[in-house]
Ligand binder design. Structure first.
Ligand code: AHR
Length: 516
């Protein structure tokens, strides 16, 4: 029976190719569910960089900005709403020059340091281990701590683990208790260095592999706290890094291996990366083309991982990704503060669809960064807060957390710029624990709507609800004066007849339909 539906669906695909460019045929294979979409791919990242921590998450207890124990209330509310599953901290490049002991004890006596990577500003260490881990408990997210390999010692990292997670009598746990925290925190995700090919020490993969083995040996599991150790991974398409790490460290010594990849429209050269809000049609196209490269990157890195780890024990963790533009005019270049348009929301949704597709291996991802830095979901100005278009994708897509990925086949029109083409649609579907199927469709084409017929062979489902995120132009964004220019709206134009869902996906939009 299953097989018959499958061939029917393939027939639909072939028919699709006869249609005009504005029509698409999609088949969602509900009969052969794939892997679970780990909610941890919806993770976030908070570095000591610009106004992410200070002025973002943390304003201090004495601030006139409404706060709970120093944490901004409006941000707490916003991130609880989207149920962020994990938060990576303290960096980034900052992690490999961070010495955790500077950030414990009475705040007024904590030493100050220079944040050499990010603007050369003075870091007063008022947000440290307690502040971060208490925050995670407060908002209900899992901490992902990144330890210092680049300029720290094995002993320092080992003692940090003991300080945080040991529940007995020891010098570290006694110090923690003296600093006001009786019980240990639960911390699973533990990064052993960051970008050790670059800001984390400019190492070769061979040298880092040895250091990883050494440092991770002394990151102990205390009591029932089991560390999920994550090795610092490759820079974009540095496949050799993955090869060496998999070969020299091996699947038994790491829970995860990371990847960092940013979408930079004009590249890293001196000419600038491109503006976040003022971009040509070509730049829009290139941004999407570069973002979709994530699919190829994951396929190639995971093919190498498969060679050494065919049972897919090691998680691939894309623990830094997102769009990186020029900073907003007049802001500190070291603070990486950029606006966020509908373009970024489309990029985000298409990227999440890629992660869903690779859910058998991609089990964690962290967009960079949560507040006021790079592709942020939240921007703040003094006591004001704006939810960016990207935030709304995290809201819309939370229905996919821990759901089962459903394989997709698609025949979609292309979106072209001069002679270059990318698929105009990006589609993903999943089934949650209650049997509800969610289909998410991104139309990257900024001008043309796409009539989409989506077949779910054999399904007996009805449209329960729909949501859309779109706007008048891909360059529109939310400001402190007009915070709701881009916001979620109800989508009512989906129809289900037999096992076919028909809907017209507006240009430059993301739509999610719930079927039950
Ligand atoms: O997210 C900003 C920076 O980008 C991080 O600190 C670093 O890891 C990466 O190069």
């Amino acid at each position: 029976m299953k097989k018959r539906f499958y061939s029917l669906s393939l027939a639909c695909l072939c028919l699709g190719s006869l249609f005009a460019a504005e029509k698409a045929e999609v088949v969602v294979d509900i009969n052969q569910p794939g892997s679970q979409i780990s909610r941890h791919i919806y993770g976030h990242f908070a570095e000591h960089l610009g106004r992410c921590i200070y002025g973002g998450i943390w304003v201090g207890e004495d601030s006139p900005i409404p706060n709970t124990k120093g944490y901004r209330n409006d941000i707490i509310k916003a991130i609880q709403h989207i149920q962020i599953p994990n938060l990576r901290w303290p960096g980034g490049c900052f992690a490999d020059e961070y010495h955790w002991r500077d950030g414990i004890g009475p705040r007024e006596s904590r030493p100050k340091m220079i944040n050499t990577h990010w603007g050369g500003v003075v870091e007063d260490n008022s947000f440290g281990t307690h502040e971060f881990l208490d925050y995670c408990e407060l908002v209900g997210t899992e901490p992902y701590v990144c330890g210092n390999v680049g300029s720290g010692t094995v002993e320092e990292m080992s003692k940090w683990v003991e300080y945080i997670t040991f529940d007995g009598e020891s010098p570290m746990s006694n110090e923690r208790k003296a600093n006001g925290r009786e019980k240990p925190w639960k911390v699973s995700f533990w990064g052993v260095g960051n970008e050790n090919w670059g800001c984390g020490g400019n190492m070769t993969p061979e040298y880092y592999s040895d250091l990883y083995r050494q440092y991770s040996t002394y990151c102990r599991n205390y009591g029932d706290n089991k560390l999920l150790k994550i090795a610092g991974g490759a820079n974009s398409s540095d496949y050799n890094w993955t090869e060496v790490l998999m070969k020299n460290v091996g699947a038994g010594r790491m829970w995860g291996l990371s990847l960092h990849h940013y979408t930079v429209p004009k590249g890293w050269g001196a000419g600038g990366k491109g503006s976040a809000t003022e971009f040509s049609q070509e730049e829009y196209f290139v941004t999407m083309e570069k973002a979709l490269f994530m699919d190829e990157l994951i396929s190639k890195h995971t093919a190498i991982m498969d060679k050494y780890d065919p049972r897919k024990r090691v998680a691939f963790c894309v623990d830094e990704w997102g769009a990186w533009y020029d900073v907003e005019p007049g802001t500190n270049p070291g603070f990486l503060y950029q606006q966020n348009t509908l373009r970024d929301a489309l990029l985000c949704a298409a990227t999440m669809n890629i992660f869903h597709k690779h859910s058998d291996r991609v089990r964690m991802a962290n967009i960079a960064q949560m507040v006021n830095v790079l592709q942020a979901i939240i921007l703040t100005k003094e006591d004001q807060l704006v939810l960016t278009p990207t935030y709304h994708i995290y809201d819309m897509y939370k229905v996919h957390h821990d759901a089962t990925n459903l394989p997709i086949q698609m025949h979609a029109p292309s979106f072209s710029y001069e002679t270059r083409n990318i698929p105009a649609l990006s589609v993903s579907a999943s089934k949650d624990k209650n049997g509800v199927v969610h289909v998410s469709i991104v139309n990257l084409d900024p001008k043309n709507d796409i009539e989409t017929r989506c077949t779910l062979p054999g399904a007996k489902l009805k449209v329960a609800s729909g949501q859309i995120l779109t706007g008048a132009d891909v360059a529109r964004y939310n400001t402190f004066e007009n915070p709701n220019e881009i916001q979620l709206a109800e989508f009512k134009d989906a129809k289900m007849k037999d096992d076919q869902l028909s809907l017209r996906i507006p240009a430059k939009s993301v739509v999610t339909i719930a079927l039950k």
